[in-house]
Write a protein of this length. Sequence first.
Length: 250
Amino acid sequence: MDRLAGKRALVTGAGSGIGRAIAARFVQEGAKVALVDLRQDVVEAACAEIGGETLALAADVSSEDEVAAATATATEAWGGLDVLVANAGISHVNDARADELDASVWRATLSVNLDGLFYTCKHGIRALLASGGGAVVCTASPTGMFGVSPGYDAYSASKGGVLGLARVMSRDYAAGGVRVNALMPGFTRTGITARAFDNAGSVERITAGIPLGRPAEPEEIAAAALFLASDEASYVTGAILAVDGGQTAI
C-alpha cells in the first residue's frame, strides 16, 4: 500500500467517477492528492470521503486561468508535484453526427475534453519539471481511436486529440524526466455513461462488443492509472493503455 509513498499528485475531474476512484487509490497508496473539479462542494465531499492528505480545489478546466491557479495552489501547498492526471471530461447530451452537430456543442465538448487537458498538462508539467520529473496520465477513450460511438462526433474527436497530444508530449518531455501516457478506459459505470445504464437494451448492445462481456467499474480503471503513475512504469512513456475489456482488440 505504498506504491506512491511521498508522491504529490493532482487529479482533475476528481469529484466523481474515474477521477474520484483514481484519487482514492492514490491516497491508499501513500500519495498526497489535490482533487480538482468544477464544484467546490462536490470536491470537498470527495475529499472528506477519501480521507488522507487531500486538497479540494474548484476549477473549470476550460479556463486556463482557473487551471493555473489550482495547480499553483497545490504546488505551493506541497512544495511541488510528482504526478498529474488529466482526467476531466464531458459527454454532451446533444452530441450528434457531423451534419446534425451544433457548433456550440462541438466547442463546449472540445473546450473541456481537449482544451482543458492541454491547460492541465501545460501548467502541471511545468510543476513536474520544477520538481525534477514525474508522471502524466491523460484519460483518453476508444472513441478517439476507432469509430465505436456513432453519433458522438464531438466526443470522439476530442478524445482523438488527447491521444495525439499525449504521444507528442511523451517525446517533448522525456529528457526532462517526465513520462506521459494515455489511459484508455472502455465502457465504465460513471456519470457520463449513466444514460446508457438507464437503458438495459443499450447496456446489452454495448457489452455485446466487449470480449469480457461487462462494463468496467471505476476502481478497475484506477488500478491501471496507479501503475502508470508509479515507479513500476519507469520505462513506460508514450503508451496507450487500454482498460476496455478487450473492446479495441477486435
